[in-house]
Write a protein that binds this ligand. Structure first.
Ligand SMILES: Cc1ncc(COP(=O)(O)O)c(C=O)c1O
Length: 450
């Protein structure tokens, strides 16, 4: 096929497979038809075309700024903790494909989902034992909210239907999650006036190791107390606020929320979709605080970044409350609930994680980021540098120029996706020391050039 031949989507070669698109053709079709995250249509910024990915490297279909291969600093938005094209996960997916990739979950069940649910019940802290499998993090948060509202409704307290959170959070892009995202700085301020109005505490004071601020703690407790009559739940990301601003805070604030929620009959939902499965140095960030929530949401790294799957895990108390209502069922059932393929890969990914010294891996990656990012602290325009677990964040005193940032990172041989005033990385746990150093160097280059 000549390099520039025009291929319409759907053209097939003589083997019955679609004829491969050249990068130029692919980008033209992409621009014409494909909506990208947080992007206009038609697209303005040209994405890089990825041809394949293996280990911690993304292989591009064509050279960009002199590079065909990039070290991945993003784990595909916190998910690919074992890297790409992993033989163990491939084997789990292929084995399951040969049995069934999907069957409905209403009236049917199967081993991959049952094993996964049992696994999650054991891994998550305390008595989080009831598992609702869904297809994305946002849906897992929707389900958590529905569980909490229905719990109180079933117990004859339908007035408890608002949510409380702290500013600076991010919980997903569907409606209820958006209502507990940061109302101003976050990505959903566009919808103020349309979203349910929730109760917001200030952003927790920064610093994982910082002494808790007593004034803030008093205000946080006071807010829960004042609104307890109308609150179904407090919904927060514990210890690390991710896409809402990449901030770390003291576990003491999570502990305080647990105590005040217990004292005033409010449920506590911890969103561990970004933090779950080791990223912060504990298997779940709630463990830094020694807290067991009433409901926990997990996703992202659940399948090692292979397939979209999330879970909402609750305690027997929450489930029993729901069961006492006139409608005793949890009225939710996505088509792809408990998808066998995703469940099988998730099971294999958890086995893989737990069969390794993941704590040492996370500590090693975090140590490499800390060393490599020391230089960034001296770069003009850098406000602060923070590392926790296997997460590194460089905060600037200005908005990042995304085009310049991408160029600087790719020239340094690394894939990064900064946003707002942040250059951050959360590499796969298997990233070798020299690649962690390369990621940190690329972050410094972005800080200097963007
Ligand atoms: C803490 C948190 N909750 C929820 C979500 C939404 O997950 P998903 O993108 O799978 O819907 C995200 C995604 O970034 C997240 O970081």
């Amino acid at each position: 096929m000549p390099e520039q031949a025009t291929v319409a989507a759907g053209d097939f070669g003589d083997r019955g497979a679609p004829a491969p698109l050249t990068p130029t053709e692919l980008l033209a079709l992409d621009r014409q038809h494909v909506w990208h995250p947080y992007a206009p249509m038609p697209g303005v910024a040209e994405p890089l075309v990825v041809e394949s990915a293996s280990g911690v490297r993304l292989r591009l279909a064509q050279e960009a700024y002199g590079r065909r291969e990039l070290v991945d600093g993003m784990s595909s938005w916190w998910s690919a903790v074992h890297g790409y094209n992993h033989p163990v996960l491939n084997e789990a997916a292929l084995g399951q494909l040969g049995r069934m990739s999907h069957v409905m979950f209403g009236g049917l069940t199967h081993e991959p989902a049952v094993r996964l649910a049992e696994r999650l019940a054991h891994l998550t802290p305390g008595d989080l034992t009831h598992v609702f499998l869904s297809d994305s993090g946002s849906v897992a948060v929707e389900v958590a909210v529905k569980m909490c509202l229905q719990h109180w409704r079933s117990l004859g307290r339908p007035g408890k239907r608002r949510l409380m959170t702290w500013r600076g959070g991010y919980h997903g892009d569907t409606w209820q999650p958006m209502s507990v995202c940061d109302p101003e700085g976050g990505m959903h301020h566009l919808w103020s006036g349309a979203l349910p109005v929730q109760v917001f505490a200030d952003t927790p004071p920064p610093g994982f190791d910082a002494a808790p601020d007593e004034g803030y703690l008093a205000r946080l407790r006071g807010l829960v107390e004042r609104h307890a009559h109308e609150l179904a739940a407090v919904v927060v990301e514990p210890v690390v606020q991710g896409a809402g601003g990449m901030r770390f805070h003291s576990p003491a604030y999570v502990r305080a929320l647990r105590e005040v929620c217990d004292a005033h009959d409010v449920l506590l939902v911890l969103d561990e979709i970004a933090t779950g499965f080791g990223r912060t140095g504990e298997l779940f960030a709630a463990e830094h605080a020694g807290v067991v929530p009433d409901v926990m949401c997990v996703g992202k790294a659940l399948t090692g970044g292979y397939l979209s799957m999330a879970a909402t895990v609750c305690t027997p108390r929450v489930a029993e409350g729901i069961a006492r209502g006139s409608v005793p069922v949890l009225a939710h059932g996505p088509t792809f609930m408990g998808n066998p393929l995703a469940s099988a890969v998730a099971g294999a990914s958890l086995d893989l994680l737990l069969s390794q010294d993941w704590r040492a891996q996370v500590r090693r990656v975090g140590g490499g980021l800390r060393t490599g990012l020391a230089e960034a602290a001296g770069v003009p325009g850098v406000r602060e540098v923070n590392v926790l677990g296997a997460i590194g964040v460089v905060r600037l005193d200005h908005e990042v120029d995304l085009t310049a940032a991408t160029r600087a990172a790719v020239r340094a041989g690394v894939w990064l996706r900064p946003f707002r005033d942040m250059v951050y990385a959360m590499p796969p746990y298997v990233t070798a020391d020299e690649d962690v150093a390369r990621i940190a160097a690329a972050m410094c280059a972005v800080a200097r050039e963007a």
